[in-house]
Write a protein that binds this ligand. Structure first.
Ligand code: SME
Length: 137
């Protein structure tokens, strides 16, 4: 991932290739970004089925991760109160925040699986390491 991203400074290009690399490598159901814009999350580059375009602060798994400013792992989306179902096939997910240099949440990475209980703290550790390669300014 470092090699893929290091030669390019354009954020959208890098977010796009980041999603494609993860989707192709792990065959996850959906991999994408929501970007903080004017007080809500707006759909950014992604790989997978079409998704909802806007998510409010504190809503769904993504809005919760933004509010808490920390990763959220959901083993069973049906058991998460307020989960936003973009796809009925999505069964579990991991969401983590991306920060700018002043530690503000600027985007969310959302990864969905069509299997239950797919993600754990090892995914969180390495996805956190991977998103730190993305530079928001
Ligand atoms: N499930 C997310 C919404 C985004 S889609 O999964 C792509 C949520 O509850 O925030």
């Amino acid at each position: 991932m470092r090699g893929l991203l290091s030669g390019e400074e354009d954020l959208i290009a890098n977010l796009s290739n980041f999603c494609a690399a993860l989707k192709e490598t792990f065959n996850w159901w959906w991999v994408g970004f929501y970007i903080v814009k004017s007080g809500e999350l707006v759909l950014g580059p992604f790989q997978g089925p079409v998704a909802c375009t806007r998510i409010a602060y504190g809503k769904g798994v993504c809005g919760t991760s933004w509010k808490l400013a920390q990763a959220v792992i959901v083993p069973d989306v049906e058991a998460f109160p307020g989960h936003i179902a973009c796809s009925a096939a999505s069964k579990s997910e991991i969401v983590l925040p991306l920060f700018d240099e002043s530690k503000q949440v600027v985007a969310i990475l959302d990864v969905d699986s069509d299997s239950l209980n797919h993600f754990d703290d090892i995914d969180e550790k390495y996805l956190t390491e991977l998103v730190s390669l993305l530079k928001f300014s």
